[in-house]
Structures are given as structure tokens and as C-alpha cells.
Ligand binder design. Structure first.
Ligand code: RIB
Ligand code: CA
Length: 306
């Protein structure tokens, strides 16, 4: 059983990842931390609470940073995920509230309490993770792994021609994480662009699990429409679910051990580069994936939801 905290900016594919984690018997979901990205942080916190309530998961949510380490305030990706983050599904105020502790403090204390066992899965910009590293020097050795949805070595970008969105929103935070020596696994566009889900797939999930699967199916309509506007008609990428699946099924991914740096200014800002001369420890970058097996797990686990 993997003890997991997901750091998230929900977000349609974040919702898919969180429901997947709730459904997976091999995951013990110890909490969520919120971050800006697809929506502002305050909305991300509400959405995270709402997803846990919908899934019937009793776990804390800690609110994260409201902006990047050094960059100016960002614009949420409403054209991709909808104004509230869940496509056309309207906002609902959750019953529960976030805990008092900040996301960074929560991550540090949980990593200490579950030393060598806690897997952290950031599926938004890396600001909270960088702050945790700066807050507690032992965080990088206390965590078992940090499995990140982000980056692209050979696939090009998805928010600019060069950059993947999560890295682009806070490149300085990504630099802190990649230079830290933490045991990092990067699940980027090199693999997530090969794991696609179609409208028929979401209909099948909704049929098997009418309530939560139906909610995902409803939000997927807006998300798939965005993909079509950028010329992608064969489905949406399972970005964030792929990272959660890599936490429990690393054998489905081919990894390259390489130091990675991030371009932090200029036209190529947010670009992730494999650079053996950069003088920092290697991280594991996913460059190959058994796409059908990952998609099979995703569909199979979601079908078990109510
Ligand atoms: O590039 C894909 C990532 O950006 C995903 O985490 C998605 O939710 C968006 O945040
Ligand atoms: Ca995300």
C-alpha cells in the first residue's frame, strides 16, 4: 500500500487523478495540498475538498501558496478546465474546511511522520514542494519519492512551444526541486501524450460508476472540446492520472536517469533540459510507457467507484 499525498490544482485531469487514487486499493490517500495553476489557490482548495467529499474520503486538505516563487501572478487556465476548474459543472461550496497548517508545513510534518514511506505526487506547479524543501532540510530524505506530473524532454510544450504548463507556472520552484537531491520521478508530456481517453471511454466510465464516473464524464466534455480546438481529435491526455499510476506501478514506465534543469527566463522559459553538465543529482524521467496498461488501470479502477 502506497501512502500518498497529492499536491493539486483541480482541474479536470486532477479530478480524474484524485478519484483514481480514491478508488485504488493499492493507495492510502493521506491528504491533498492545493496550489494555483488551472484555477487560483482558493478555488483549488475548495475543489480539492469537494472532490474528497464526493468520493467519501476522510482526509485533510492543506492550502498552498497563492503565487509562484519569483514570477508575476499568473492567469488560470479557464479555457482548458472551465471557470471553476471542472468544465461546465457549477461551483459548490464544500462542507469541510482546509486545515490550519500550510501545505508546505503539512508536507514536511507528514514526511517526518511517515519517514521513508510517504510518496508525494505534485500534479500542479511545484511551488509548495519547493517551499517544503526550503522549510525543512530533512524533507528530501524523509520522503520516499516525489512523483511529478510535469516537464517534457523531447515532446515540446503544451502551454508554449517549449514548456509544459506545470513547470511553466513556476520554473524557479521546479529548479529548487530538481536541484535538491530529492528522489524525483518526472512524468511529463513524453509519456502523457501517449495515454489518451476518448469521449466513448468516459461514457463507459459513467455507465459503470454513474455518480463519480458521471461527474468525470460531465467535466470531460469541456476538456475534450479544448483538445479539439487545438487539433487533437483522438482524445485527451491522462496527464495527472498517469503520475498517480506511476506512484504504484513504476514498472509500466521506462525511465531515464539524468540531471534536469529548467530555463527560467526568455522565450524558452519553462523548458526542461536533460543536462549531464549541470552538476546536480540525476532524477528519473519517464520516456516510455505501456499506454494500454496504464489506461486499463485507469478505466478499471474508476469503474469500481459508486
Ligand atoms: O500539462 C498538464 C498539466 O497542466 C496537468 O497537471 C493539468 O492539470 C495542468 O495543470
Ligand atoms: Ca494538474
Amino acid at each position: 500500500m502506497v501512502k500518498l499525498i497529492i499536491d493539486t490544482d483541480p482541474g479536470v485531469d486532477d479530478a480524474m487523478a484524485i478519484f483514481y487514487a480514491a478508488a485504488a486499493p493499492e493507495i492510502e490517500l493521506l491528504g491533498l495540498t492545493s496550489i494555483f495553476g488551472n484555477v487560483r489557490t482558493e478555488q483549488a482548495t475548495r475543489n480539492a475538498l469537494r472532490l474528497l467529499e464526493a468520493a467519501g474520503v476522510d482526509a485533510p486538505v492543506a492550502e498552498g501558496a497563492t503565487g509562484p516563487l519569483q514570477m508575476p501572478p499568473f492567469t488560470p487556465s479557464a479555457h482548458v478546465h472551465g471557470a471553476e476548474g471542472f468544465g461546465d459543472i457549477p461551483a459548490v461550496t464544500p462542507v469541510a474546511k482546509a486545515i490550519e497548517e500550510s501545505a508546505a508545513a503539512f508536507l514536511c510534518h507528514m514526511a517526518r511522520e511517515h519517514k521513508g514511506e510517504l510518496v508525494v505526487c505534485p500534479i500542479g506547479p511545484l511551488t509548495n514542494i519547493a517551499l517544503a524543501i526550503q522549510l525543512d532540510p530533512e524533507f528530501v530524505t524523509n520522503v520516499a519519492r516525489i512523483v511529478i506530473m510535469g516537464g517534457s524532454l523531447e515532446e515540446g510544450g503544451n502551454i508554449t512551444p517549449h514548456a509544459e504548463a506545470n513547470i511553466y507556472h513556476d520554473p524557479h520552484a521546479a529548479e529548487v526541486v530538481f536541484a535538491s537531491g530529492a528522489p524525483v520521478v518526472l512524468v511529463g508530456l513524453d509519456v502523457t501524450h501517449r495515454i489518451l481517453c476518448t469521449s466513448d471511454d468516459f461514457s463507459a466510465i459513467a455507465k459503470a460508476a454513474p455518480e463519480l464516473g458521471g461527474m468525470l464524464q460531465e467535466m470531460s466534455v469541456f476538456y475534450l472540446h479544448f483538445y479539439e480546438t487545438v487539433g487533437k481529435f483522438d482524445g485527451c491526455s491522462l496527464h495527472d492520472p498517469a503520475a498517480v499510476i506511476a506512484c504504484t506501478h513504476p514498472e509500466l514506465f521506462e525511465m531515464r536517469d539524468v540531471p534536469v534543469r529548467v530555463v527560467c527566463e526568455g522565450e524558452e522559459i519553462g523548458l526542461t533540459i536533460a543536462d549531464r553538465a549541470v552538476g546536480r543529482p540525476a532524477i528519473q524521467v519517464c520516456m516510455g510507457v505501456q499506454s494500454e496498461a496504464v489506461k486499463g488501470l485507469f478505466m478499471g479502477h474508476l469503474a469500481t467507484l459508486s
